[in-house]
Design a protein around this ligand. Structure first.
Ligand SMILES: Cc1cc2nc3c(=O)[nH]c(=O)nc-3n(C[C@H](O)[C@H](O)[C@H](O)COP(=O)(O)OP(=O)(O)OC[C@H]3O[C@@H](n4cnc5c(N)ncnc54)[C@H](O)[C@@H]3O)c2cc1C
Length: 480
Protein backbone atom coordinates (compact mmCIF):
# COMPACT_ATOMS: atom_id res chain seq x y z
CA UNK A 1 0.00 0.00 0.00
CA UNK A 2 2.81 2.36 1.02
CA UNK A 3 4.65 1.57 -2.21
CA UNK A 4 1.53 2.35 -4.25
CA UNK A 5 1.33 5.83 -2.72
CA UNK A 6 4.96 6.49 -3.52
CA UNK A 7 4.29 5.62 -7.13
CA UNK A 8 0.84 7.03 -7.75
CA UNK A 9 0.47 10.29 -5.85
CA UNK A 10 3.20 12.20 -7.69
CA UNK A 11 2.17 10.67 -11.02
CA UNK A 12 -1.41 11.73 -10.47
CA UNK A 13 -0.29 15.32 -9.81
CA UNK A 14 1.79 15.29 -12.96
CA UNK A 15 -1.16 13.86 -14.85
CA UNK A 16 -3.40 16.66 -13.54
CA UNK A 17 -0.93 19.35 -14.60
CA UNK A 18 -0.60 17.79 -18.02
CA UNK A 19 -4.38 17.44 -18.45
CA UNK A 20 -4.79 21.13 -17.59
CA UNK A 21 -2.08 22.02 -20.10
CA UNK A 22 -3.60 20.08 -23.03
CA UNK A 23 -7.25 20.83 -22.14
CA UNK A 24 -7.03 24.41 -20.81
CA UNK A 25 -10.68 25.48 -21.38
CA UNK A 26 -12.53 26.25 -18.12
CA UNK A 27 -14.51 23.38 -16.60
CA UNK A 28 -13.07 20.61 -18.80
CA UNK A 29 -10.73 19.23 -16.14
CA UNK A 30 -12.19 19.21 -12.64
CA UNK A 31 -11.08 18.24 -9.15
CA UNK A 32 -14.13 19.75 -7.49
CA UNK A 33 -14.98 17.35 -4.60
CA UNK A 34 -18.73 17.39 -5.35
CA UNK A 35 -18.07 16.44 -8.95
CA UNK A 36 -15.63 13.72 -7.93
CA UNK A 37 -18.28 12.19 -5.69
CA UNK A 38 -20.94 12.63 -8.37
CA UNK A 39 -18.98 10.39 -10.73
CA UNK A 40 -18.01 7.80 -8.10
CA UNK A 41 -21.24 5.93 -8.61
CA UNK A 42 -24.40 6.07 -10.61
CA UNK A 43 -27.28 8.06 -9.09
CA UNK A 44 -29.13 4.77 -8.76
CA UNK A 45 -26.21 2.80 -7.45
CA UNK A 46 -26.67 0.17 -4.82
CA UNK A 47 -22.95 0.01 -4.10
CA UNK A 48 -21.15 2.81 -2.32
CA UNK A 49 -18.66 4.13 -4.89
CA UNK A 50 -15.13 5.42 -4.44
CA UNK A 51 -14.43 8.90 -5.87
CA UNK A 52 -12.00 9.49 -8.73
CA UNK A 53 -9.19 12.04 -8.37
CA UNK A 54 -9.93 13.92 -11.58
CA UNK A 55 -12.98 14.26 -13.83
CA UNK A 56 -12.52 15.25 -17.48
CA UNK A 57 -15.52 16.32 -19.55
CA UNK A 58 -14.60 15.15 -23.05
CA UNK A 59 -15.97 16.98 -26.09
CA UNK A 60 -14.41 15.02 -28.93
CA UNK A 61 -12.48 11.88 -29.86
CA UNK A 62 -9.35 14.07 -29.83
CA UNK A 63 -9.99 15.01 -26.19
CA UNK A 64 -10.34 11.33 -25.32
CA UNK A 65 -7.06 10.50 -27.08
CA UNK A 66 -5.30 13.25 -25.10
CA UNK A 67 -6.64 11.91 -21.81
CA UNK A 68 -5.76 8.31 -22.69
CA UNK A 69 -2.21 9.29 -23.63
CA UNK A 70 -1.76 11.07 -20.30
CA UNK A 71 -3.30 8.15 -18.42
CA UNK A 72 -0.78 5.81 -20.06
CA UNK A 73 2.18 8.12 -19.60
CA UNK A 74 1.57 8.56 -15.86
CA UNK A 75 -0.04 5.14 -15.26
CA UNK A 76 -3.24 6.68 -13.89
CA UNK A 77 -6.31 4.46 -14.52
CA UNK A 78 -9.26 5.80 -16.46
CA UNK A 79 -13.00 5.05 -16.12
CA UNK A 80 -15.46 6.14 -18.83
CA UNK A 81 -18.98 7.31 -17.96
CA UNK A 82 -21.83 8.05 -20.41
CA UNK A 83 -25.33 8.03 -18.87
CA UNK A 84 -24.28 7.04 -15.34
CA UNK A 85 -27.21 4.64 -14.75
CA UNK A 86 -25.29 1.39 -14.30
CA UNK A 87 -26.10 -0.65 -11.22
CA UNK A 88 -23.17 -2.97 -10.54
CA UNK A 89 -20.56 -0.50 -9.27
CA UNK A 90 -19.27 -0.14 -12.84
CA UNK A 91 -18.24 3.51 -12.40
CA UNK A 92 -16.43 3.35 -9.08
CA UNK A 93 -12.78 4.41 -8.89
CA UNK A 94 -10.10 1.76 -8.36
CA UNK A 95 -8.02 1.83 -5.18
CA UNK A 96 -5.36 4.05 -6.73
CA UNK A 97 -5.99 7.63 -7.94
CA UNK A 98 -7.91 7.67 -11.23
CA UNK A 99 -9.44 9.79 -13.96
CA UNK A 100 -13.14 9.57 -14.78
CA UNK A 101 -13.78 10.58 -18.38
CA UNK A 102 -17.32 11.90 -18.76
CA UNK A 103 -18.71 11.41 -22.28
CA UNK A 104 -22.20 12.74 -21.61
CA UNK A 105 -21.31 16.04 -23.33
CA UNK A 106 -20.52 14.16 -26.56
CA UNK A 107 -24.21 14.03 -27.35
CA UNK A 108 -24.52 14.86 -31.06
CA UNK A 109 -26.37 12.86 -33.64
CA UNK A 110 -23.97 13.07 -36.57
CA UNK A 111 -26.02 11.46 -39.36
CA UNK A 112 -29.55 10.15 -39.72
CA UNK A 113 -29.66 7.77 -42.68
CA UNK A 114 -33.39 7.27 -42.97
CA UNK A 115 -33.16 5.22 -46.17
CA UNK A 116 -30.78 2.78 -44.47
CA UNK A 117 -32.57 2.95 -41.10
CA UNK A 118 -29.40 3.78 -39.18
CA UNK A 119 -27.85 6.69 -37.28
CA UNK A 120 -24.28 7.72 -36.55
CA UNK A 121 -24.01 9.27 -33.11
CA UNK A 122 -21.77 10.14 -30.18
CA UNK A 123 -21.71 8.11 -26.94
CA UNK A 124 -23.54 10.65 -24.78
CA UNK A 125 -26.82 10.51 -26.72
CA UNK A 126 -29.51 8.86 -24.59
CA UNK A 127 -31.85 6.39 -26.29
CA UNK A 128 -34.85 8.41 -25.10
CA UNK A 129 -33.49 11.63 -26.66
CA UNK A 130 -32.68 9.82 -29.89
CA UNK A 131 -36.24 8.54 -30.13
CA UNK A 132 -37.65 12.00 -29.32
CA UNK A 133 -35.55 13.56 -32.08
CA UNK A 134 -36.70 10.96 -34.62
CA UNK A 135 -40.30 11.69 -33.61
CA UNK A 136 -39.80 15.47 -33.84
CA UNK A 137 -38.44 15.00 -37.35
CA UNK A 138 -41.39 12.78 -38.32
CA UNK A 139 -39.05 9.90 -39.11
CA UNK A 140 -41.06 6.70 -38.53
CA UNK A 141 -38.14 4.79 -36.98
CA UNK A 142 -36.96 4.16 -33.41
CA UNK A 143 -34.14 2.55 -31.43
CA UNK A 144 -35.66 -0.34 -29.48
CA UNK A 145 -33.10 -1.03 -26.72
CA UNK A 146 -34.61 0.46 -23.56
CA UNK A 147 -32.62 0.33 -20.30
CA UNK A 148 -32.94 3.23 -17.77
CA UNK A 149 -34.33 6.36 -19.50
CA UNK A 150 -31.10 8.36 -19.05
CA UNK A 151 -28.78 5.59 -20.23
CA UNK A 152 -26.64 6.73 -23.17
CA UNK A 153 -25.35 4.87 -26.20
CA UNK A 154 -21.72 4.55 -25.00
CA UNK A 155 -22.69 2.93 -21.70
CA UNK A 156 -25.48 0.90 -23.31
CA UNK A 157 -23.03 -0.69 -25.73
CA UNK A 158 -20.41 -1.12 -23.01
CA UNK A 159 -22.86 -3.02 -20.77
CA UNK A 160 -24.50 -5.07 -23.56
CA UNK A 161 -27.85 -3.69 -22.43
CA UNK A 162 -31.41 -4.65 -23.30
CA UNK A 163 -34.79 -4.01 -21.67
CA UNK A 164 -38.49 -4.66 -22.04
CA UNK A 165 -38.34 -4.78 -25.85
CA UNK A 166 -35.86 -7.68 -25.94
CA UNK A 167 -38.65 -10.20 -26.57
CA UNK A 168 -39.09 -8.82 -30.05
CA UNK A 169 -35.86 -6.93 -30.71
CA UNK A 170 -33.15 -8.81 -28.81
CA UNK A 171 -30.28 -7.11 -26.99
CA UNK A 172 -27.27 -4.89 -27.74
CA UNK A 173 -25.51 -8.14 -28.64
CA UNK A 174 -27.82 -8.65 -31.62
CA UNK A 175 -27.22 -6.72 -34.85
CA UNK A 176 -28.21 -3.26 -33.59
CA UNK A 177 -24.67 -1.95 -33.36
CA UNK A 178 -23.13 -1.75 -36.84
CA UNK A 179 -19.80 -0.27 -35.79
CA UNK A 180 -18.04 1.58 -33.00
CA UNK A 181 -15.18 4.05 -33.05
CA UNK A 182 -12.97 3.31 -30.08
CA UNK A 183 -9.94 4.89 -28.43
CA UNK A 184 -7.70 2.04 -27.32
CA UNK A 185 -5.40 2.14 -24.27
CA UNK A 186 -2.52 2.70 -26.73
CA UNK A 187 -4.16 5.98 -27.79
CA UNK A 188 -4.89 4.57 -31.24
CA UNK A 189 -8.36 5.23 -32.68
CA UNK A 190 -10.03 2.36 -34.54
CA UNK A 191 -13.38 1.96 -36.26
CA UNK A 192 -14.55 -1.64 -36.12
CA UNK A 193 -16.23 -1.74 -39.55
CA UNK A 194 -18.13 0.29 -42.14
CA UNK A 195 -21.84 1.12 -42.21
CA UNK A 196 -22.98 -1.73 -44.47
CA UNK A 197 -25.72 -3.94 -43.00
CA UNK A 198 -23.58 -7.05 -43.24
CA UNK A 199 -19.92 -7.87 -43.56
CA UNK A 200 -17.85 -11.03 -43.63
CA UNK A 201 -14.57 -9.13 -43.43
CA UNK A 202 -12.94 -10.97 -40.56
CA UNK A 203 -14.35 -11.61 -37.13
CA UNK A 204 -16.64 -9.16 -35.42
CA UNK A 205 -14.60 -6.66 -33.44
CA UNK A 206 -17.69 -4.55 -32.74
CA UNK A 207 -18.92 -7.37 -30.51
CA UNK A 208 -15.63 -7.39 -28.61
CA UNK A 209 -16.55 -4.00 -27.19
CA UNK A 210 -20.20 -4.85 -26.49
CA UNK A 211 -20.30 -5.74 -22.80
CA UNK A 212 -16.62 -4.88 -22.23
CA UNK A 213 -17.63 -2.32 -19.54
CA UNK A 214 -14.99 0.25 -20.47
CA UNK A 215 -12.15 -2.21 -19.90
CA UNK A 216 -10.92 -2.49 -23.51
CA UNK A 217 -11.58 0.86 -25.16
CA UNK A 218 -13.54 4.10 -24.95
CA UNK A 219 -16.38 4.33 -27.45
CA UNK A 220 -16.50 7.80 -28.99
CA UNK A 221 -18.86 7.15 -31.90
CA UNK A 222 -21.23 4.42 -33.05
CA UNK A 223 -23.49 3.53 -35.94
CA UNK A 224 -26.68 1.87 -34.77
CA UNK A 225 -29.65 0.45 -36.62
CA UNK A 226 -33.23 1.61 -36.20
CA UNK A 227 -36.52 -0.28 -36.40
CA UNK A 228 -39.83 0.80 -37.98
CA UNK A 229 -42.10 2.57 -35.53
CA UNK A 230 -45.34 0.60 -35.31
CA UNK A 231 -48.56 1.09 -33.36
CA UNK A 232 -48.61 -0.66 -29.96
CA UNK A 233 -51.29 -1.87 -27.53
CA UNK A 234 -50.92 -2.94 -23.91
CA UNK A 235 -52.67 -5.84 -22.15
CA UNK A 236 -52.73 -7.11 -18.56
CA UNK A 237 -53.66 -10.56 -17.24
CA UNK A 238 -53.42 -12.10 -13.76
CA UNK A 239 -52.54 -15.64 -12.64
CA UNK A 240 -52.95 -17.79 -9.54
CA UNK A 241 -49.18 -18.28 -9.45
CA UNK A 242 -45.90 -17.58 -11.16
CA UNK A 243 -45.59 -21.04 -12.66
CA UNK A 244 -48.83 -20.68 -14.59
CA UNK A 245 -47.90 -17.16 -15.72
CA UNK A 246 -44.55 -18.40 -16.97
CA UNK A 247 -46.02 -21.44 -18.64
CA UNK A 248 -48.50 -19.21 -20.47
CA UNK A 249 -45.64 -17.03 -21.73
CA UNK A 250 -43.62 -20.10 -22.78
CA UNK A 251 -46.66 -21.41 -24.59
CA UNK A 252 -47.33 -18.30 -26.65
CA UNK A 253 -43.63 -17.49 -27.12
CA UNK A 254 -42.99 -20.98 -28.48
CA UNK A 255 -45.64 -20.28 -31.04
CA UNK A 256 -43.72 -17.12 -32.04
CA UNK A 257 -40.45 -19.01 -32.23
CA UNK A 258 -42.03 -21.60 -34.48
CA UNK A 259 -43.39 -18.76 -36.61
CA UNK A 260 -46.90 -20.09 -36.13
CA UNK A 261 -48.57 -16.90 -34.88
CA UNK A 262 -48.56 -14.35 -32.05
CA UNK A 263 -45.97 -12.49 -34.08
CA UNK A 264 -46.94 -9.08 -32.68
CA UNK A 265 -45.71 -9.61 -29.09
CA UNK A 266 -43.19 -6.88 -28.22
CA UNK A 267 -42.90 -7.19 -24.41
CA UNK A 268 -43.89 -9.79 -21.81
CA UNK A 269 -43.24 -8.52 -18.29
CA UNK A 270 -43.94 -10.19 -14.95
CA UNK A 271 -44.84 -8.42 -11.69
CA UNK A 272 -45.21 -10.94 -8.87
CA UNK A 273 -47.91 -10.73 -6.20
CA UNK A 274 -45.55 -8.89 -3.81
CA UNK A 275 -44.80 -6.25 -6.43
CA UNK A 276 -48.55 -5.88 -7.07
CA UNK A 277 -49.01 -5.34 -3.33
CA UNK A 278 -46.40 -2.56 -3.58
CA UNK A 279 -48.41 -0.99 -6.42
CA UNK A 280 -51.54 -1.04 -4.27
CA UNK A 281 -49.71 0.47 -1.29
CA UNK A 282 -48.27 3.24 -3.45
CA UNK A 283 -51.56 3.94 -5.29
CA UNK A 284 -54.48 2.51 -3.26
CA UNK A 285 -57.02 3.75 -5.84
CA UNK A 286 -55.80 1.17 -8.35
CA UNK A 287 -57.20 -1.73 -6.29
CA UNK A 288 -55.29 -4.47 -8.11
CA UNK A 289 -55.78 -8.11 -7.15
CA UNK A 290 -52.48 -9.00 -5.53
CA UNK A 291 -51.70 -11.84 -7.93
CA UNK A 292 -48.80 -12.66 -10.22
CA UNK A 293 -49.47 -10.44 -13.21
CA UNK A 294 -48.30 -10.18 -16.81
CA UNK A 295 -48.01 -6.81 -18.53
CA UNK A 296 -47.87 -7.37 -22.29
CA UNK A 297 -47.21 -5.09 -25.22
CA UNK A 298 -48.21 -5.92 -28.78
CA UNK A 299 -46.92 -4.12 -31.81
CA UNK A 300 -48.00 -4.11 -35.43
CA UNK A 301 -50.98 -3.42 -37.65
CA UNK A 302 -54.40 -3.37 -35.95
CA UNK A 303 -55.20 -6.79 -37.41
CA UNK A 304 -51.86 -8.30 -36.26
CA UNK A 305 -52.42 -6.89 -32.77
CA UNK A 306 -55.98 -8.19 -32.70
CA UNK A 307 -54.96 -11.66 -33.88
CA UNK A 308 -52.08 -11.83 -31.39
CA UNK A 309 -54.18 -10.55 -28.53
CA UNK A 310 -56.86 -13.18 -29.18
CA UNK A 311 -54.30 -16.01 -29.21
CA UNK A 312 -52.55 -14.74 -26.08
CA UNK A 313 -55.86 -14.35 -24.27
CA UNK A 314 -56.83 -17.94 -25.09
CA UNK A 315 -53.41 -19.32 -24.12
CA UNK A 316 -53.43 -17.37 -20.84
CA UNK A 317 -56.94 -18.64 -20.06
CA UNK A 318 -55.73 -22.20 -20.62
CA UNK A 319 -53.05 -21.60 -17.96
CA UNK A 320 -55.41 -20.09 -15.38
CA UNK A 321 -55.07 -16.42 -16.42
CA UNK A 322 -58.03 -14.22 -15.49
CA UNK A 323 -59.18 -10.64 -16.04
CA UNK A 324 -57.43 -10.32 -19.42
CA UNK A 325 -57.68 -6.65 -20.37
CA UNK A 326 -56.51 -5.04 -23.63
CA UNK A 327 -56.14 -1.28 -23.16
CA UNK A 328 -58.62 0.66 -25.28
CA UNK A 329 -56.65 3.70 -26.25
CA UNK A 330 -53.29 5.43 -25.90
CA UNK A 331 -54.12 6.98 -22.52
CA UNK A 332 -55.08 3.71 -20.87
CA UNK A 333 -52.10 1.93 -22.45
CA UNK A 334 -49.70 4.63 -21.26
CA UNK A 335 -51.18 4.48 -17.74
CA UNK A 336 -50.82 0.70 -17.55
CA UNK A 337 -47.29 0.73 -18.93
CA UNK A 338 -46.29 3.46 -16.47
CA UNK A 339 -47.29 1.09 -13.67
CA UNK A 340 -44.96 -1.53 -15.09
CA UNK A 341 -42.20 1.04 -15.67
CA UNK A 342 -42.33 2.36 -12.10
CA UNK A 343 -43.23 -0.88 -10.33
CA UNK A 344 -39.87 -1.27 -8.58
CA UNK A 345 -39.99 2.36 -7.40
CA UNK A 346 -43.47 1.76 -5.94
CA UNK A 347 -42.09 -1.36 -4.23
CA UNK A 348 -40.28 0.91 -1.76
CA UNK A 349 -43.68 1.27 -0.04
CA UNK A 350 -43.40 -2.38 1.07
CA UNK A 351 -40.71 -1.51 3.58
CA UNK A 352 -40.54 2.23 4.32
CA UNK A 353 -37.03 3.49 4.91
CA UNK A 354 -35.40 0.47 3.26
CA UNK A 355 -32.97 0.61 0.35
CA UNK A 356 -33.43 -1.60 -2.68
CA UNK A 357 -30.84 -3.94 -4.19
CA UNK A 358 -31.74 -4.83 -7.79
CA UNK A 359 -30.78 -8.37 -8.75
CA UNK A 360 -30.40 -9.44 -12.35
CA UNK A 361 -30.01 -12.99 -13.64
CA UNK A 362 -31.33 -14.76 -16.73
CA UNK A 363 -32.29 -18.38 -17.46
CA UNK A 364 -33.88 -20.22 -20.38
CA UNK A 365 -37.52 -19.09 -20.22
CA UNK A 366 -38.85 -22.57 -19.40
CA UNK A 367 -36.62 -22.66 -16.28
CA UNK A 368 -37.91 -19.37 -14.90
CA UNK A 369 -40.58 -20.89 -12.59
CA UNK A 370 -37.92 -23.12 -10.96
CA UNK A 371 -35.71 -20.11 -10.40
CA UNK A 372 -38.52 -17.96 -9.04
CA UNK A 373 -39.71 -20.67 -6.64
CA UNK A 374 -36.19 -21.27 -5.36
CA UNK A 375 -35.67 -17.51 -4.96
CA UNK A 376 -38.92 -17.09 -3.04
CA UNK A 377 -37.91 -19.91 -0.68
CA UNK A 378 -34.54 -18.27 -0.03
CA UNK A 379 -36.08 -14.84 0.49
CA UNK A 380 -38.63 -16.26 2.96
CA UNK A 381 -36.03 -18.39 4.76
CA UNK A 382 -33.87 -15.30 5.30
CA UNK A 383 -36.91 -13.30 6.45
CA UNK A 384 -36.50 -10.58 3.82
CA UNK A 385 -38.91 -8.74 1.52
CA UNK A 386 -37.95 -8.92 -2.15
CA UNK A 387 -40.57 -8.38 -4.85
CA UNK A 388 -39.81 -10.20 -8.09
CA UNK A 389 -40.38 -8.98 -11.60
CA UNK A 390 -38.68 -9.11 -14.88
CA UNK A 391 -38.58 -9.45 -18.57
CA UNK A 392 -40.24 -12.84 -18.41
CA UNK A 393 -40.44 -13.17 -22.20
CA UNK A 394 -36.69 -13.72 -22.33
CA UNK A 395 -36.16 -15.36 -18.94
CA UNK A 396 -34.65 -12.25 -17.33
CA UNK A 397 -35.35 -12.19 -13.60
CA UNK A 398 -35.10 -9.15 -11.31
CA UNK A 399 -35.67 -9.13 -7.57
CA UNK A 400 -35.51 -5.95 -5.54
CA UNK A 401 -34.15 -6.99 -2.16
CA UNK A 402 -35.30 -4.40 0.40
CA UNK A 403 -32.74 -4.05 3.17
CA UNK A 404 -31.89 -1.75 6.03
CA UNK A 405 -28.51 -1.08 7.54
CA UNK A 406 -25.11 -2.59 6.89
CA UNK A 407 -25.91 -5.76 8.83
CA UNK A 408 -28.60 -6.72 6.30
CA UNK A 409 -26.10 -6.37 3.46
CA UNK A 410 -24.86 -9.84 4.40
CA UNK A 411 -28.35 -11.18 3.78
CA UNK A 412 -28.49 -9.37 0.43
CA UNK A 413 -25.17 -10.98 -0.52
CA UNK A 414 -26.46 -14.36 0.61
CA UNK A 415 -29.68 -14.09 -1.43
CA UNK A 416 -27.76 -12.83 -4.47
CA UNK A 417 -25.28 -15.64 -4.25
CA UNK A 418 -27.95 -18.34 -3.90
CA UNK A 419 -30.00 -16.97 -6.81
CA UNK A 420 -26.98 -16.61 -9.08
CA UNK A 421 -25.81 -20.16 -8.33
CA UNK A 422 -29.30 -21.47 -9.01
CA UNK A 423 -29.54 -19.51 -12.29
CA UNK A 424 -26.20 -20.88 -13.48
CA UNK A 425 -27.23 -24.41 -12.51
CA UNK A 426 -30.36 -23.97 -14.64
CA UNK A 427 -28.26 -23.10 -17.69
CA UNK A 428 -28.47 -19.35 -17.13
CA UNK A 429 -26.21 -16.41 -16.45
CA UNK A 430 -25.21 -14.25 -13.47
CA UNK A 431 -26.37 -11.16 -15.38
CA UNK A 432 -28.98 -10.82 -18.11
CA UNK A 433 -28.42 -7.12 -18.75
CA UNK A 434 -26.82 -5.09 -15.93
CA UNK A 435 -23.30 -6.38 -16.49
CA UNK A 436 -20.64 -7.76 -14.16
CA UNK A 437 -19.14 -4.63 -12.57
CA UNK A 438 -17.36 -5.29 -9.29
CA UNK A 439 -19.40 -7.85 -7.36
CA UNK A 440 -20.22 -10.54 -9.90
CA UNK A 441 -16.68 -11.07 -11.17
CA UNK A 442 -16.13 -14.24 -9.15
CA UNK A 443 -19.13 -15.90 -10.81
CA UNK A 444 -17.56 -15.78 -14.28
CA UNK A 445 -15.38 -18.91 -13.98
CA UNK A 446 -18.36 -20.82 -12.56
CA UNK A 447 -20.63 -19.71 -15.38
CA UNK A 448 -18.24 -19.60 -18.32
CA UNK A 449 -15.48 -22.01 -17.30
CA UNK A 450 -11.88 -21.13 -16.55
CA UNK A 451 -10.76 -21.58 -20.16
CA UNK A 452 -13.24 -19.00 -21.45
CA UNK A 453 -12.30 -16.53 -18.71
CA UNK A 454 -8.62 -17.07 -19.58
CA UNK A 455 -9.29 -16.12 -23.20
CA UNK A 456 -11.16 -12.99 -22.08
CA UNK A 457 -8.34 -11.95 -19.78
CA UNK A 458 -5.63 -12.60 -22.34
CA UNK A 459 -7.50 -10.28 -24.75
CA UNK A 460 -7.63 -7.69 -21.95
CA UNK A 461 -3.89 -8.03 -21.24
CA UNK A 462 -3.02 -7.72 -24.91
CA UNK A 463 -5.09 -4.59 -25.48
CA UNK A 464 -4.48 -2.98 -22.06
CA UNK A 465 -1.14 -4.34 -20.77
CA UNK A 466 -0.97 -1.82 -17.90
CA UNK A 467 -4.56 -2.53 -16.79
CA UNK A 468 -5.46 1.15 -16.99
CA UNK A 469 -9.00 0.93 -18.42
CA UNK A 470 -11.61 0.49 -15.67
CA UNK A 471 -9.49 -1.83 -13.49
CA UNK A 472 -11.26 -3.96 -10.86
CA UNK A 473 -14.33 -4.53 -13.04
CA UNK A 474 -15.55 -7.51 -15.05
CA UNK A 475 -12.49 -9.83 -14.77
CA UNK A 476 -12.12 -11.96 -11.62
CA UNK A 477 -9.37 -10.94 -9.19
CA UNK A 478 -5.91 -11.85 -10.37
CA UNK A 479 -7.05 -12.05 -13.99
CA UNK A 480 -6.29 -8.59 -15.37
C1 LIG B 1 -34.22 2.41 -13.12
C2 LIG B 1 -33.25 1.58 -13.91
C3 LIG B 1 -33.73 0.66 -14.83
C4 LIG B 1 -32.84 -0.10 -15.57
N1 LIG B 1 -33.34 -0.98 -16.48
C5 LIG B 1 -32.49 -1.65 -17.28
C6 LIG B 1 -33.00 -2.51 -18.30
O1 LIG B 1 -34.20 -2.69 -18.46
N2 LIG B 1 -32.10 -3.12 -19.11
C7 LIG B 1 -30.74 -2.94 -18.95
O2 LIG B 1 -29.97 -3.49 -19.73
N3 LIG B 1 -30.25 -2.16 -17.97
C8 LIG B 1 -31.08 -1.50 -17.15
N4 LIG B 1 -30.57 -0.68 -16.19
C9 LIG B 1 -29.11 -0.53 -16.03
C10 LIG B 1 -28.48 0.58 -16.92
O3 LIG B 1 -29.45 1.50 -17.36
C11 LIG B 1 -27.75 -0.07 -18.11
O4 LIG B 1 -26.66 -0.81 -17.63
C12 LIG B 1 -27.26 0.94 -19.16
O5 LIG B 1 -26.94 0.24 -20.33
C13 LIG B 1 -26.05 1.75 -18.70
O6 LIG B 1 -25.85 2.83 -19.62
P1 LIG B 1 -25.18 4.19 -19.10
O7 LIG B 1 -24.99 5.08 -20.27
O8 LIG B 1 -25.92 4.74 -17.97
O9 LIG B 1 -23.75 3.62 -18.65
P2 LIG B 1 -22.76 4.15 -17.53
O10 LIG B 1 -23.35 3.95 -16.18
O11 LIG B 1 -22.28 5.50 -17.86
O12 LIG B 1 -21.55 3.12 -17.74
C14 LIG B 1 -21.76 1.74 -17.66
C15 LIG B 1 -20.45 1.00 -17.95
O13 LIG B 1 -20.02 1.27 -19.27
C16 LIG B 1 -18.75 1.93 -19.29
N5 LIG B 1 -18.84 3.00 -20.29
C17 LIG B 1 -19.65 4.09 -20.23
N6 LIG B 1 -19.48 4.82 -21.34
C18 LIG B 1 -18.55 4.20 -22.10
C19 LIG B 1 -17.96 4.50 -23.35
N7 LIG B 1 -18.30 5.57 -24.05
N8 LIG B 1 -17.02 3.64 -23.83
C20 LIG B 1 -16.67 2.53 -23.14
N9 LIG B 1 -17.20 2.22 -21.94
C21 LIG B 1 -18.14 3.04 -21.43
C22 LIG B 1 -18.56 2.46 -17.88
O14 LIG B 1 -17.20 2.57 -17.54
C23 LIG B 1 -19.29 1.42 -17.06
O15 LIG B 1 -18.46 0.31 -16.86
C24 LIG B 1 -31.44 0.06 -15.39
C25 LIG B 1 -30.96 0.98 -14.47
C26 LIG B 1 -31.85 1.72 -13.72
C27 LIG B 1 -31.30 2.71 -12.75
Amino acid sequence: MFAMHLIFIPLQEHALQELRRVLPEPGVVSTDPDELWGYAQSVYTQLPGRPHSIVVHARSTDDVVKVVNISRRFLVPIVPCSGGTSLEGNLSAPESPSICIDLSGMDCILEINEADADVVLQPGVTWTRLNEILKEKNIPLFFPLDPAPSAAIGGMIATGCSGTNAVRYGTARAEWILNVTVVLPSGEVIKTRQRARKSSAGFDLTKLFIGSEGTLGIITEATIRLAPLLPTRVAVVQFPDVRQATEAVCDFMTQIDRGVRVHATECAELLDSVLMKGLNMASPDEGWSEKDTLFLKFQGSPSAIHETSEVVKTVCGKHGGTGYRLAHGETEAEKLWDLRRHAFLHAAALRPGARGWAMDVCVPVSKLPDLIYAAKEDITALNMIAPIGGHIGDGNFHALVLYQGAEEMNLVEEITSRIVHKAIALGGTCTGEHGVGTRKRHFLPIELGQGTVNVMTSIKRTIDPHNLFNPGKLYPDGHA
